[in-house]
Design a protein around this ligand. Structure first.
Ligand code: CA
Length: 475
């Protein structure tokens, strides 16, 4: 059954278009959305407006329980795109560079290019533009003035200089194509037009930078919401009995103008930040809509697999935290949609998926062998039978913390360089989905903890303690 969808798609394609080669593999459109947590209508969010991603979900299998490997941009992507796990010393920060840290692994773009695909990276796919660059036929990113924060209001831009960043948000009366993500959408549409009649299958990867900070979006997306839609963040809501190591000072947000250096942000500011995050999501959703519309218009949909992911979760004040960078579910849980021509549509699976599974899934779906260096597994069986991976687990890492997630539990161990235990957390998602009470010391859970710990230690990755560290990754 492995190539079931492929065969259906080929049969369908051959019937529809007799002039096409029957053995041309499926195309792949990968849409990466920076810092997008599952604040998406299709994930059950009642407030956000994401009609285009919701529509894609109606034509996809939605992974309700997908987890990133590392909750920061560069490390998450280096892991995902090479299907290799983080280790004690690898994939630590946003500066992670896969070709230096896992030089023996074959990245997905390299593998698909070697197997006849035309490969394009638009925008932010690998965090570092030079990472695995030889694996792209076209490696495009707008770098016009070097300021990726891309303010359109002059006062905001003037506040952004040196170490001081501008405001954490911007509501600008501009057209959708003024910001960089709008230009990214135009480039991607142009690519699709050119790829349509190519004799080669394509791997087109498009990476939006919103809703990453700063929350800059055209005014009309801010105007989809009212301030009164948002409640002030519950920043005082620290989980009971959680170790200090589980928290951080939300440093990424504090780099921005107008954000206090210590303590909670004001209720008013927390509402504005939530408003901005939602506006930036809706803006990105609209841009994604234009790309999917073009795919339909060009009649490429029935020959193209679509994979959409956010690179990790995000805190909007939950647990007193902003940004990502921790082991709570709010940072590790991220969206994943996979749409396969002829496959299941509008299905939400509770099977657990790890982001290192995305690459093996894609190459499996297009009929290629999974490379030996990939540590993930194909999710194709779950795409056929959504209950197939119910007993799966996910392992994620942030700094000293290693977390295993099962259907019921999220268990974290913080460890030293010598692998000594520092502290632990256990949350029961059946009774405590918001992770409000660390129950790791309660006697009735000790056998569960023993089991989770041994599974996590056995599966945290080969060469976990490879004695390697690069300066640029030091914190
Ligand atoms: Ca990110």
């Amino acid at each position: 059954m492995k190539y079931y969808y492929l065969l259906i798609a080929f049969a369908f394609y051959a019937c529809q278009n007799e002039s096409s080669s029957e053995d041309k593999p499926l195309n792949i459109l990968m849409i990466a959305v920076d810092d997008l947590r599952p604040t998406i209508g299709a994930y059950g969010d009642p407030l956000v407006k994401t009609p285009n991603i919701d529509h894609l979900a109606s034509e996809s299998v939605l992974f309700a329980k997908a987890f990133c490997s590392v909750p920061t941009c560069g490390a998450s992507r280096a892991s995902l795109l090479t299907s290799t796990r983080p280790t004690r010393y690898r994939f630590l920060t946003h500066k992670a560079i896969s070709q230096e840290q896992v030089p023996d692994a074959i990245a997905i773009n390299e593998y698909l290019k070697a197997n006849g695909y035309h490969t394009i990276s638009n925008g932010k796919i690998f965090h570092n533009l030079n990472d695995r660059a030889a694996g792209w036929d076209d490696n495009w990113r707008l770098q016009s003035d070097g300021n990726w924060r891309d303010y359109q209001i002059p006062e905001n831009d003037s506040l952004d200089s040196g170490d001081q960043r501008g405001p954490a948000y911007e509501r600008a009366e501009v057209h959708d194509t003024v910001y960089r993500d709008g230009k990214l959408m135009l480039k991607t549409i142009k690519d699709l037009e050119q790829l349509k009649d190519s004799g080669q299958p394509f791997f087109l990867a498009t990476g939006f930078v919103k809703p990453h900070l700063p929350f800059n979006a055209p005014a009309k997306y801010w105007d989809l919401y009212d301030r009164s839609d948002f409640e002030p963040s519950r920043q005082e809501f620290w989980p009971a009995n959680a170790p200090r190591k589980a928290f951080h000072n939300s440093g990424e947000l504090r780099n921005y103008h107008g954000i206090p250096q210590e303590g909670f942000v004001s209720d008013s500011l927390s509402v504005t930040l939530q408003h901005g995050y939602h506006a930036a999501i809706s803006y990105t959703d609209a841009l994604i809509g234009h790309i999917l519309e073009k795919l339909d218009e060009l009649d490429l949909r029935k020959t193209t697999i679509i994979v959409l992911w956010g690179d990790h979760g995000w805190q909007l004040g939950e647990h007193g935290l902003w940004n990502k960078h921790c082991n709570f579910n709010t940072s590790l849980h991220a969206p994943l949609l996979i749409s396969v021509p002829g496959g299941l549509q509008g299905v939400k699976t509770q099977s657990i998926a790890e982001f290192i599974d995305i690459y093996p899934t894609i190459v499996d779906l297009v009929g290629l062998k999974i490379p030996r260096t990939a540590e993930g597994k194909s999710l194709a069986p779950i795409l056929e039978n959504p209950d197939q991976g119910a007993e799966n687990f996910a392992i994620s890492k942030w700094q000293d913390g290693l977390t295993i997630r099962t259907q019921q539990y999220a268990y974290t161990e913080f460890r030293t360089d010598e692998d000594s235990l520092i502290s632990r957390m256990l949350y029961d998602h059946n009774t405590d989905p918001e992770e409000s009470d660390n129950i790791v010391d309660e006697p009735q859970y000790q056998s569960v903890i023993d089991s989770l710990s041994s599974i996590m230690m056995a599966n945290r990755g080969k060469d976990y303690f490879t004695n390697w560290k690069m300066d640029s990754e030091e914190i």
